[in-house]
Design a protein around this ligand. Structure first.
Ligand code: TRP
Length: 333
């Protein structure tokens, strides 16, 4: 039985954080047992909004590879690869750019929002506006059938499938399969102040390399219910950041339900719920941090893993490129 091909990527703009762990990394560790999984460190896509910061992108590549290995991604079961080492992605992008209009790209909601939030206006880099096309090249080059992405990225999978259908129609045969987005059930983790989501750019992220004091300070800074002044007061669970995290990480659902009821009724202080959460996060992050430190001491080994994965991915993606170019009678392949 052929395993389903699954591809995920991460823009190489910095180390990953607890929000990534809850939203996708944990799931990727599970999927490597059942799927043919590829993880793409998207350093070229990172340049679409970090063109002047190539050093930062370069450093982020190693950080992300360390994060993968630290959470339990097994390079013998998951292919970890680097986007810049896969020329077929760039070649397919060049082809696909001719199959998509600028107005189609401008209509993608997440692109509109990202252009607005970065203040690009009309001065948007052409590479940024067309990163969805490059991402379509990533997905189709791996012939990925499943693509785990956040809900905001679902329209990019639609665009990918439009391009795949267009290629197939032009070729008169099915060269490229269509892909399905795999959207995580759990929403994104809130920032500790409850305003917005955990995000590195907003300075609200807890890195996977966080030490005990940093974890402790992070939990202490969490907003609970502003109306819950004394432990004896009834408290609100909805919108309470500590409970959002307990929901995401506490495996003992029955106990969480009991604690929520107690908190609502009054008699349970913020200190107690924070202590429970802190213990959980310390236990969760400690082994990740320790594994990360072990790999960080041997960067040559990590680079070897990346090289090996990139070579495997190069074979697969080059083959797809050849199939597409041949089917469309582009070039000599
Ligand atoms: N756009 C994704 C992000 O911002 C990264 C990415 C690049 C990706 N190529 C991909 C995700 C291919 C899934 C499939 O994190």
């Amino acid at each position: 039985m052929q395993k389903t091909v699954i591809l995920t990527g991460d823009r190489a703009t910095g180390p990953l954080h607890l929000g990534h762990y809850a939203g996708t990394l944990k799931n990727r560790v599970a999927l490597q047992g059942t799927h043919e999984q590829y993880l793409l460190i998207a350093n070229m896509q990172a340049l679409t909004d970090h063109a002047g910061r190539t050093g930062l992108v370069r450093d982020a590549v190693l950080e992300i590879a360390l994060d993968y290995l630290a959470v339990g991604i097994d390079p013998d079961r998951t292919v970890i690869c680097l986007q810049s080492g896969l020329p077929a992605l760039a070649e397919l992008s060049m082809l696909y750019l001719n199959l998509v209009t600028v107005s189609r790209l401008e209509r993608i909601p997440t692109i509109r929002e990202e252009i607005a939030s970065r203040g690009f206006g009309r001065a948007v880099p052409a590479g940024f506006l067309s990163y969805p096309v490059a991402q379509a090249a990533d997905i189709t080059a791996f012939r990925a059938e499943l693509v785990p992405v956040g809900a905001d990225q679902a329209p990019l999978i639609e665009l990918t499938n439009e391009i795949a259908r267009r290629v197939n129609a032009l070729a008169g045969e099915t060269v490229l399969p269509e892909a399905r987005a795999l959207i995580p059930e759990a929403g994104r983790l809130p920032a500790p102040d409850g305003r917005g989501k955990m995000s590195k750019s907003a300075g609200t992220a807890l890195p996977l390399s966080a030490g005990p004091d940093q974890i402790s300070a992070f939990v202490r800074s969490m907003y609970t219910d502003p109306g819950h002044l004394r432990a004896s007061d009834p408290g609100r669970v909805e919108g309470n950041v500590v409970f959002a995290y307990l929901d995401a990480f506490d495996p003992d659902r029955t106990e969480v339900a009991r604690i929520k009821a107690h908190y609502r009724a009054g008699g349970l202080g913020d200190r107690a719920i924070k202590r429970r959460l802190e213990d959980l996060l310390q236990e969760l992050i400690r082994p990740i941090r320790e594994r990360r430190e072990v790999f960080a001491r041997d960067p040559a080994q990590v680079i070897k893993i990346l090289r090996r994965g990139t070579e495997r991915a190069d074979q697969l993606t080059s083959e797809t490129r050849s199939r597409v170019f041949t089917a469309l009678r582009v070039g000599e392949t």
